[in-house]
Design a protein around this ligand. Sequence first.
Ligand code: ZN
Length: 651
Amino acid sequence: MKAASLVKALVLCFLVLFSLIHPFSGNIAEAAYTYQGKVNANVLNVRSKPGTTSSIVGKLKKSQVVTVTGQQSGWSKIIFGKKTGWVSAKFLTSVTWKGYVNATSLYLRSTPTSKGKILETLKSGTTVTVQGKDGSWLKITVPSSKRTGWVSASYISTKKPPTVAAAPKSLGTYYVTATSLNVRKTASGTAGVVGTLKKGTAVKVYKKIGNWSQIEASNVKGWVSSSYLSTKKPATVAAVPKSLGTYYVTATSLNVRKTASGTAGVVGTLKKGTAVKVYKKSGNWFQIEASNVKGWVLSSYLSIKKPATVAAVPKSLGTYYVMATSLNVRKTASGTAGVVGTLKKGTAVTVYKKSGSWSQIEASNLQGWVSSAYLSSKKPVTAPGASVSNAPKVVLKENSNLRKGPGTSYPVIIVEKAGAVLSKIGEKNGWVQVKNAKGTTGWVAGWLIQASGSSSSPNPSPSPVPSPVGNSPLEGKIIVLDPGHGGFDSGAVGRLYREKVLNLNSAFEAGSLLQNAGAKVVYTRNKDVYLSLGQRVTISHQAKADAFVSFHYNACTGTCSGIDTFYYSYAQEGELARYIQNNLVVQTGLKNRGAHFGDYHVIRENNRPGVLVELGFISNPIEEKIVGTSAYQKKAARGIYDGLIQYFSSK
Ligand SMILES: [Zn+2]
């Protein structure tokens, strides 16, 4: 390296170092930094090059302002008209100007690039001193922090930007504790309400006057009573997910699974009729919640209709045996109450309730109250075979099926031939429980048997209801049962049931009893179809009905309850109506609204003895629940059946 080269290298080295320290001064070729300079000499020569030896190209007067584009060795390069020139730097005073940050927040950077280190964040309205510029960047000094750096020129203005009024200092965040809190215009209970706040809403309190707090919530400002504000957030009830509706389990037992899959773990089971809320559907799975289980069930076992529920059987207190030779069964727990039947010694009864010295019992075909003194939990000792030998004998009129239970739905045990003599050991719903010579017991329809003339011991205390055994008064009688409404005509509509359905069920129950007792039953409809009133009457006429019963359930706009039986001609059917009404009330225990005249087409136009029964009010929610049970329908059927037996017996 030569000596001259060394000097050049040192100078270059110095310049590089200098430019590193003052990056925007000294490196003329690359400097883009400019600032304004004001002439502080009376006259200032502008030269072609830095130094007093160069030619003078012009003069500046005192206070003239020029743009300085560079520096070199005490000389400033300036823009001079359309040319550039050099002036002695000491005769220029840099001109700064006052600016304001007009961005919400503005970074002060170490270099005039967006990659410069952030020195400070300047808020809107901050006063800055602008030193100069480089492209779109301004070199500024922040008087408040005494920092110098670079900001984007777009966010500095010479005018102070309108400032958002400083938010008044809040006294803190409070929460609404009232379900709904009025926000008023001023601190007064009579001031206009400008909004309401829900429980749990967070508000900022700015001021308190008396018992009033000036608040601001997300969308309302005003005054609220301080009594309903708390610094503690009130416990909020978790938002209940929106249910898709209530469904009922239609399967006898339905598995609830963890996820929507038949292989997912079972988390519980639901019984038929259980109400569940459905929240989600996924394929053929429903996400449900019942009272004590959540999970997924197969949607095919849910229905929006509540399935008909079997009435809960009252819990029994146990089986007892009659100790008296003959024990009266009474309507209520009183020795003066009407006798509804008698029980023989040894008869098993189920006790459901005790009241004083009375027990509410149910025997095979009898319900009521008996004196507890004549009941024992131990079966009384009887002579061997006594129960059979003392039992009345009956004779089969035809070859008959002996069934396991009192109804054609029970399986046949054996077939007994016409003329067979059997011991009668019980009866229920028009069926008779019999025992043959070999000791086999079974049930046979009552109309198939007759009392045996050789009965060793006829029943000394017959049931007050004429027995269907033997020549039932219903034998061969043609009974037309007319379930009201049907098809598009629902009749009365309750909260749970539609009248047309209950009418049909009740008619079927009565029809089954009547058929078992030997009656010929004709239904005007046996399914959910519409029939005109005229068609119903025609069926009665064509069948030559011995009795016609139209089944209905009632509705009213107020609170009504009870049973009515209507006749049109008292001479023709008044007695029938009375018998049916009385027995309906005895069987069901519902309010007796009486047997009375009614101008209804099906009985008015009917030339056969006909009545119309209203079996209770489904507009009455309490009564609707009662009459909808199958237990009630059976009782009502029994009442009609008993009424018909009494009617035909009286003829
Ligand atoms: Zn009706």
